[in-house]
Design a binder for this molecule. Structure first.
Ligand SMILES: [Zn+2]
Length: 328
């Protein structure tokens, strides 16, 4: 087995409730960053300081690989690429998202789901705040798209790119099978399950693709790698990614049961009211996460033909919980 290059985890500050984001510096040829953190002077100064402590400079970065396009992971990528001339590798779908369009689609979804106007105003403010910590990847210099199944050779590692949507449409995991490790972005985290944020797609009938079925498919793919070490996008490493994949699948199943039960307890409830009742969000940012979680589960339950969603109406029940219990 070849020696592993130095992989150094650098947790950088974000302004988001999730806290710090893990950026990985691969010290080899080419000098590589996996994810970059947000585009804020605080984060970039901290990254520059960490590099300086290793006698390196932001301008030395040659390659940036992005696990996904969320601004806590990718916000600073265009700026670092402009400074250094680095190439940015990401999945095509990560570069497709435009925060303006996403904000409009999310607002429309909230409105169709029963959210009052005053909530929409707070939500749009929270979205604009988030969007001020990054630049869209489309148009960034040195952008190169990675396909699912592509092998990327970096710093003595052969990284297999796995397209793993469900948290974000352009999410990639990067697996080094020789050294039994995977950079798993936000697909698997130590203490939390990632939010199955809406995968907006104007080409689809509802303007979105249900995210949880994609997430479950991504868990299957990561579990198929076997018991390997996971280097996560937030928090600590995972000793065994297969164990965490199974835990998250179980979590999805339990939460789906809970959401379905809440639909039965509140006949005709709107998705928005359901989100409030289930998660009791405290502020607009929290509310966006609670709502996207609820919509993702309702989409999953609709795919399973347990409920029917109609824009502007309450959740329609298709089968009682007891009947489902017998069917399983
Ligand atoms: Zn994310």
């Amino acid at each position: 087995m070849r020696d592993l290059p130095g992989i150094e985890k650098i947790p950088l500050p974000t302004p988001f409730p999730v806290g710090r984001v893990n950026v990985y510096l691969l010290r080899g040829d080419p000098l590589t960053l996996i994810d970059t953190g947000v585009a804020s002077s605080r984060s970039l100064d901290e990254l520059a300081g960490q590099l300086a402590a290793r006698s390196l400079d932001l301008r030395d970065i040659e390659v940036i690989v992005l696990t996904h396009g969320h601004y806590d992971h990718a916000g600073a990528a265009p700026e670092i690429a402009r400074l250094s001339g680095a190439v940015i590798h990401c999945h095509e779908a990560a570069a497709r998202s435009r925060s303006g369009q996403e904000k409009a689609a999310f607002s429309r979804l909230l409105r169709d789901s029963g959210a009052p106007e005053r909530v929409l105003a707070g939500f749009e403010k929270a979205m604009s705040f988030g969007a001020s910590f990054g630049e869209p990847l489309a148009g960034a210099p040195g952008l190169r798209f990675i396909q699912d199944g592509q092998m990327i050779r970096l710093c003595g590692m052969d990284l297999l790119a796995l397209h793993t949507p469900g948290h974000s449409p352009g999410h990639l995991c990067l697996a080094d099978q020789e050294h039994q490790l995977v950079f798993c972005g936000d697909l698997l985290l130590q203490d939390i399950t990632p939010n199955p944020l809406p995968h907006f797609d104007p080409g689809r009938s509802r303007g979105r693709v249900p995210s949880l079925p994609l997430y479950l498919g991504s868990l299957d793919r990561i579990e198929a790698l076997g018991s390997v070490k996971g280097l996560t996008g937030h928090g600590g490493d995972l000793e065994d990614t297969a164990v965490v994949a199974r835990r998250n699948r179980e979590h999805v199943s339990q939460r789906a049961t809970r959401v379905l039960a809440a639909c039965h307890e509140n006949p005709g409830v709107t998705p928005f009211a359901l989100a409030l009742g289930l998660f009791r969000p405290r502020d607009p940012g929290d509310l966006a996460l609670a709502f996207s979680e609820t919509i993702a589960y309702l989409d999953l339950l609709e795919e399973q033909q347990r409920i029917k969603l109609r824009p502007g109406a309450g959740v329609e029940l298709l089968a009682g919980p007891s009947k489902l219990g017998r069917a399983q």
